[in-house]
Structures are given as structure tokens and as C-alpha cells.
Design a protein around this ligand. Structure first.
Ligand SMILES: C[S@@+](CC[C@H](N)C(=O)[O-])C[C@H]1O[C@@H](n2cnc3c(N)ncnc32)[C@H](O)[C@@H]1O
Length: 241
């Protein structure tokens, strides 16, 4: 891993550790306040499926997975494999799973997304929310998209939220900062990859929204602008891809 990637990883570790330690899931004014809207919208697609297998890549403390487990857990006999590189994320995820009574449905795994091999034809839903842009380079990013495609069962759904065109500036001095994302591609490029890899899928949602956040970067407050791509698609072919 190159020095720049190592530095980004360390900064990410510090900022996520801070938020996961200080803020409480669903009881905060930060992004941990609620699951993303797209995940809430996906639930009806999964009602009625028994033995549901879900994968959440870069799950954090379970903002989306705890919600999915609560909605689908018992009725749908659902198991969610939750992968995150940080011990503290998985430790907190397990605590929240206990608190929300969904421990039987949540399987926390400490691993990088790169090292976690997605078995073929295994999942009904694979989600990665603000996570794939932290893979260690464009080549592995494309490889993981292929693995996600092959990891889905027939009628399986993929739900990706990916930041692109990320720019960061010091909010006090307006000085440009190095965006803390391992993969920072143009949105057109990411969409090109998505359209090519998920060519045979039925596209349910594919849009880009410009967003702005204030993010603490050590002693500096960063104003971050990003084109957020939301991509939801359903596999409609047999998984002998
Ligand atoms: C912005 S948070 C999003 C968390 C969660 N998906 C959500 O929507 O609440 C990104 C998460 O990805 C994790 N992460 C970053 N790089 C990773 C990698 N290479 N492999 C696995 N997890 C990673 C971070 O530790 C962090 O918990």
C-alpha cells in the first residue's frame, strides 16, 4: 500500500473512531441519525423472501444493517454479514445488535472490503454505502464490483452509494485539501463501470446528487463537496456469469 493510501486510512480511522465513540446510533444529529432513504425503500422488494442473506460492505456501526435486521430479521429468517475494517465499528455493531434484539441476524466481520472474498451466488442483497471509495485503488474497486455482481443470487439486489468528484477545502482559509478517499473518480467514469458490469441487471435507481458536508480533519474543518451516486439494480439472469 502506498504512503498516500496509508495516510488516508489513518485519517479515516481517527475520524470514524471519534464519531463511533461519541455518537449513539439513531440518537444523534450526525449521519448516524437514520438509515439512508434508499435502504428504507428497498425493504418491500425483500418482503416474503425466506432465508434472506444480506452483505453490508463497510457497514460501520450498522446504521443500515440494524434497521434491515429489525424489519426483516425474524419474519424472513435473515442473516446479515457485516464487514468493516475497524474493530470499533464491529464492536459497536454487536452492542447495537444486542440492544435492538437482532444479534441472531447480525454477523460482524472485521476485514477490509478488499480481503473479504464474496462467494458466488450467495446473497439476496449486497449493500455498500459510502464504502467502495475506500478500496485501495481503481483496479481493486472494479474487481470488487465484479465480485458483487457474481455474489448475487438470481433476483438479488445491489445497492451502492458511492462518492465521486470529491473536493475538500479548509472551511476557514478556503485552501484546497487532499480528499481523504482512496478512490476518487469522476462520476461519469464510475457510471461507465456500473453500466458495463451490471449490464444485464434491471436498473431500479441510478442518480447523482451533489452534496456538501462539514467534516473534521484533525484540527481542520473541511468543507467537502461530492457527487453522490446511488445505484440500485436487480439481477434477472441465472448466476452462471
Ligand atoms: C462513511 S462510513 C459508512 C458506514 C456505513 N456504510 C453507513 O452507511 O453508516 C465508511 C465505513 O467504511 C469503513 N471502511 C473504510 N475503508 C474500508 C475498507 N477498505 N474495508 C472495509 N471497511 C472500510 C470505515 O471503517 C467506516 O466504518
Amino acid at each position: 500500500m502506498d504512503t498516500k493510501t496509508k495516510q488516508i486510512r489513518e485519517n479515516e480511522r481517527l475520524s470514524h473512531t471519534e464519531i463511533y465513540t461519541k455518537e449513539k446510533l439513531y440518537d444523534t444529529d450526525t449521519w448516524l441519525k437514520k438509515p439512508i432513504k434508499t435502504i428504507q425503500e428497498i425493504i418491500p422488494l425483500l418482503f416474503g423472501c425466506k432465508g434472506l442473506r444480506i452483505l453490508d460492505l463497510g457497514c460501520g456501526v450498522g446504521r443500515n444493517s440494524i434497521f434491515l435486521a429489525e424489519k426483516l430479521g425474524t419474519e424472513n429468517d435473515c442473516r446479515i454479514d457485516c464487514v468493516d475494517i475497524l474493530d470499533i465499528a464491529i464492536y459497536k455493531l454487536n452492542q447495537y445488535a444486542l440492544e435492538y434484539g437482532v444479534s441472531d441476524n447480525i454477523n460482524g466481520i472485521v476485514s477490509s472490503i478488499e480481503d473479504f472474498i464474496i462467494q458466488e451466488n450467495s446473497y439476496d442483497l449486497i449493500i455498500a454505502v459510502s464504502a467502495l471509495e475506500h478500496i485501495d485503488g481503481e483496479e481493486n474497486f472494479i474487481k470488487k464490483l465484479e465480485e458483487i455482481k457474481n455474489g448475487l443470487k438470481k433476483n438479488g439486489t445491489v445497492c451502492l452509494v458511492i462518492n465521486s468528484n470529491v473536493k475538500e477545502i479548509n472551511s476557514e482559509t478556503s485552501e484546497e485539501l487532499e480528499p481523504q478517499f482512496e478512490v476518487n473518480l469522476r462520476s461519469e467514469k464510475i457510471q461507465e463501470y456500473l453500466n458495463k458490469i451490471f449490464l444485464e441487471f434491471e436498473i431500479i435507481k441510478n442518480h447523482i446528487v451533489v452534496q456538501e458536508y462539514n467534516i473534521p480533519r484533525g484540527p481542520i474543518n473541511s468543507k467537502l463537496t461530492t457527487d453522490v451516486i446511488t445505484f440500485v439494480a436487480k439481477s434477472i439472469t441465472e448466476p452462471s456469469r
